[in-house]
Design a protein around this ligand. Structure first.
Ligand SMILES: Nc1ncnc2c1ncn2[C@@H]1O[C@H](COP(=O)(O)OP(=O)(O)OP(=O)(O)O)[C@@H](O)[C@H]1O
Length: 438
């Protein structure tokens, strides 16, 4: 067993059982603490670092499931294994949903205790090394928001997050869809003095233009048809917190003007209102467009761009940081197993190579979905490349643009001399359409 400085807390009302389990595990050189009382177990965890708790489900003054819930909330890094004489289906389902590492029948502990503890300690060890590699590069958001990544690019992102979190400066997070922009925005909030207040995310591209303004700034009664009451917008709701404006590049110009004003003097007015309102909101914006290019094409206000872009954090696409793939894949594998309560699965070396050779047009989101699908379809406890098919749902925008460009260049080369290319191409398209079967 890998045992270095790992602490296990045994919680069981049966003192003979505590004695037996202590002997069984101390042989492996682990530090074993024990108690027969659930409340005392919480106190131990509050005063010392416990890596793993092995607790009986029938405890006093509250049961093992309550203990599990309280430990998950207060000490999310501590793993919990529950034991029971004969765990009921409901107890098995509930403990899995609540995040127990495992639930074991007491009668099978003689054979199962050590292998199950060994697996749990490996999980702790892996977590620790993932956490430590990020910590060594600077403040890591790992302990609060789970951002996984060992690449130099992500480690730099952690460092910037650590530095800007303490300030109120606006941050612009850029990167392709699915690279983790919202996760980074969330980490900035979690590490900021605003963390006890609210974090609100809004996708500016998903809300119709006429609604976005009132969604952000609120409206007065009668401001428009259907505005039967005064309504506070997100800026008011988010007072003291962080507002994440996703897809900022899609924000319509009139809303851009209002946002600029908030960034300049912290004031805004509700739709249909004239009273200036004040709100203390930190803005983190994100875009998967090249915002400087949007400014050059006059689709985005230059003054707003400079106000938002005080600090820029760029998240490279996953294909440019393939060294993050194994850690992320293992993370999503563990997450899926825990969430769905399925038997443990491992990734073969070939499967990892297969994952590292893919282009990941949908970035980390695609990797997460791919692992979840592979777990659902797995017929073996070791995943092989054939168990991990990629889907076409994630359109590779880069490839698509390149193909369209090549097709257009090909067409342009065919335009006969002296002919208007636009007219010629449109005739050609008409001809192709009339040839196409219905
Ligand atoms: N480094 C990471 N570690 C762990 N999970 C990650 C990481 N990056 C992304 N994810 C996960 O991938 C998914 C997509 O991330 P997120 O929504 O933050 O991406 P995004 O860049 O904001 O996407 P979009 O532009 O489409 O809104 C989420 O489930 C997120 O938890």
């Amino acid at each position: 067993m890998s045992t270095e400085s790992q602490t296990i807390l045994l919680v069981d009302p049966d003192l003979d059982h505590l004695e037996w389990a202590t002997k069984r595990l101390s042989a492996d050189g682990l530090r074993i603490l024990r108690t027969d009382h659930a409340e005392k177990a919480i106190k131990v965890c509050d005063t010392t670092t416990v890596d793993l708790i092995i607790a009986d489900i029938d405890l006093q003054p509250f049961d093992g499931l309550t203990l599990l819930t309280r430990i998950r909330a207060a000490h999310p890094g501590t793993l919990v294994i529950l034991t029971a004489g004969f765990p009921s289906t409901a107890q098995i389902i509930e403990s899995t949903q609540l995040g127990a590492q495992d639930i074991l029948k007491k009668e099978s502990l003689t054979f199962e205790l050590r292998p199950v503890v060994e697996t749990a300690l490996q999980v702790i060890e892996q977590r620790r090394s993932a956490g430590e590699s990020s910590k060594s590069a600077g403040p890591s958001p790992d302990s609060r928001v789970k951002i996984i990544g060992n690449s130099r690019a992500l480690q730099n992102v952690f460092k910037i997050v650590g530095r800007v979190a303490r300030t109120d400066a606006p941050v612009l997070v850029s990167g392709e869809s699915g690279t983790g922009k919202e996760l980074v925005a969330n980490a900035i909030h979690e590490y900021s003095p605003r963390s006890k207040n609210i974090f609100i995310a809004i996708n500016c591209g998903a809300i119709p233009e006429n609604l976005l303004e009132s969604e952000l700034f609120g409206h007065e009664k009668g401001a428009f048809t259907g505005a039967i009451n005064r309504r506070a917008g997100l800026f008011e709701q988010c007072d003291g917190g962080t507002l994440f404006l996703d897809e900022i590049g899609d924000m319509p110009s009139p809303v851009q003007v209002k946002l600029l004003r908030v960034l300049q003097d912290g004031t805004f007015s509700r739709v249909g209102g004239h009273e200036p309102q004040k709100s203390d909101v930190r803005i983190v914006a994100a875009t998967n467009k090249n915002l400087a290019e949007e400014v050059a094409h006059e689709r985005f206000r230059e003054d707003l761009f400079y106000r938002l872009n005080v600090v820029e954090i760029h998240l490279p696409p996953l294909r440019a940081r393939a060294e993050d793939i194994p850690l992320l894949a293992e993370h999503f594998l563990r997450l899926t197993i825990r969430r769905n309560g399925i038997p443990p699965l491992t990734l073969s070396r070939e499967a990892l190579n297969h994952l590292q050779n893919h282009r990941w047009p949908g970035n980390v989101r695609e990797l997460e979905n791919t692992i979840a699908r592979a777990c659902a379809l797995a017929s073996n406890d070791m995943l092989l490349p054939d168990d991990i098919p990629f889907t076409k749902t994630f359109i590779d925008k880069e490839t698509e643009t390149r193909k369209t460009k090549e097709a257009l260049q090909h067409l342009l080369r065919q335009v006969p001399e002296g002919q208007d290319p636009g007219k010629w191409i449109s005739k050609k398209v008409d001809a192709l359409q009339s040839e196409a079967p219905d």
